[in-house]
Ligand binder design. Sequence first.
Ligand code: DGT
Ligand code: CA
Ligand code: CA
Ligand code: ZN
Length: 648
Amino acid sequence: MAGGTFALPKPRPTGPPFFSRNQVANVLHQVAVLLELQGANVFRVRSYQNASRMLGSLTEDLGELVASGEIFDMKGIGKGLGSALSQAIGEGKWPDDWVELHTSTPPGLIEMLGIPGLGPKRIKLMADELGVDSVASLKQAALDNKIAPMKGFGAKSQQRMLDGIELLSRFRARRRLDIGLRYGEAFQRKIAALDGVHRATLAGSARRRKDTIGDLDVVVAVDDADHEMVANAILNLSGIADVKGAGDSKISLILDTTIFDESFTVGHIDPNVLDAIGGDDYEQLEAGGTIDAQVRLVPPHVEPFTLAYFTGSKEHNIAMRQRAIDRGLRLNEFGLIPEAMAGELKGMEAAVHSLSAADEAAIYAHLDLAYVPPELREDMGEVDAAASGSLPNLIQMGDIRGALHNHTTLSDGEASLELMADTARKMGWNWLGIADHSPTLKIANGASSADLLEQGRTIKAYNASWAEEGVDFRLFHGVESDILEGGKLDHPDDVLAELDYVVASVHAMTKWRGRDEVENTEELLKVIDHPATTVLGHPTGRILQGREGYEVDLFTVLEHMAEHNDNGRLKAIELNASPYRLDLDWRLCKHAKGLGVPVAINPDAHSIRGLSDIAYGVMTARKGWIEAHDTLNALDGATLAEHMRQRA
Ligand code: DGT
Ligand code: CA
Ligand code: CA
Ligand code: ZN
């Protein structure tokens, strides 16, 4: 259980069976690990491991096997384990020695189990020989070079532990939006389906679509009479690894991957990206990952205020509260209360005097504001815009007609040109851009000029036949050209001139990260000046939760692009929609928009599934105040073709 807790799950409120097959398999694995940590006999450890594996792949119903007593006949389940499992599943009570094992193991040792690649055997060795008893003391021992000299360890594994500790702390601090939303939406759906729940809404940074999420916040509307019943039902939902606190109106939980009805995988990750976020260790952390969640239960008439408050951001709330104060009102999570009536009263008691609000929009209306979409609530001018009626009409998924940066099997994509085009058509798109890697990027199987030109002929043929059949769909032929030394593009100029467009991207990250902002910016300006360049790909090269981008002054870059656009040359900035990148950062989208630099929301798809990453790009674009007409994606194919012809 890498990133997670190591606790025995609580029984379901109703049973038998009191535990799921998954939970039991997990617990058996935990017992094996704890036994190993305590230096138990290897055969004993192995019997628990085998039983865990056996149950993990069991197809029969575990509850029935216990009820019928057949559990005792199963391979690897002796008399002892059989009765232990019968007691747990049949009565909801874990065996005393398992409980004892959990309570007697120092928490610091359990914490160390979270470090990717570090198992119980070596933890025990280090504990015995070096007195290491926590992640912090392990880190110190490694920094003091005490681990490398130990037999069977060495400098390499010492460094690997330091890397693992780093990865673990980063992983625990914040999670990417896609992961946060997967947990958050699964949890929200389970709560919304409970008896007595009027409404359950995911609030906090997840609702604001921030690129990374600290913890999940869920606001639940429930009548006072049902409050206790719903709170209990939430505590008994599957997917809860631990309960941190359950007060009157707030429940703090840790969720794990058992919240997902299907088994949890991160799916295919571009090797380059995977490397930046920790490789196999990352996948292992994510599979055993957890995320914190806070649930607030309030009566329906209070819920809009609570939802608004816990949607945040804190900065937006402060600006809103100030606006309320200016009107003699007190705004908090319970209501919008005339100060004169609230007086000395606090909290819910003061809220008795609140103005009423059926929804969030009504709260904004009370303060003479238009409804502010959650994505914009960052105190970046949205309150003023809501006051003056100048909020943007944010782009929506339905506005997307196509996207430019996508890969096929010609470079490192998984799907053929045909399959990519077919999928885009099924998504209702009007066009699709193909931009495979260029020769310099050997690890991504960059295509030669000859192969690229051949791809162009294929694309022309498809476009011609669609036109003939009256199919309103077209492919654009581009390339993702590496930015080379001196701000040059990959492929000769005459080859580039054959294309509809060029996405120019930096991939030599080590070199670019080793240089200063001035040099990097200069190089980008040169690339933008190249007549073939249409789109600047993933403008900083950052990988969220992985690596910082290179130093670059994007304000200058955007201003430079704006000049070109002013002179009728199409130069667009990419908003790479991969949830691992979301690069252009949302904070800069608004700046691009202000300068009139078109934004190209690009899934950078390496498979047909990758195309749907466009959704994260749209979320981020919305957060950056982007409207449909600020993007290339909302143009129809014919209009975009016209723009491209005008370039250079
Ligand atoms: P996160 O979890 O770090 O990704 O970001 P948030 O925005 O979800 O922050 P969180 O979970 O600490 O709190 C949820 C919301 O509750 C936050 O966006 C605004 C509100 N909130 C929390 N603390 C304060 C506070 O001290 N003052 C105000 N005005 N609002 C707060
Ligand atoms: Ca939060
Ligand atoms: Ca929170
Ligand atoms: Zn790229």
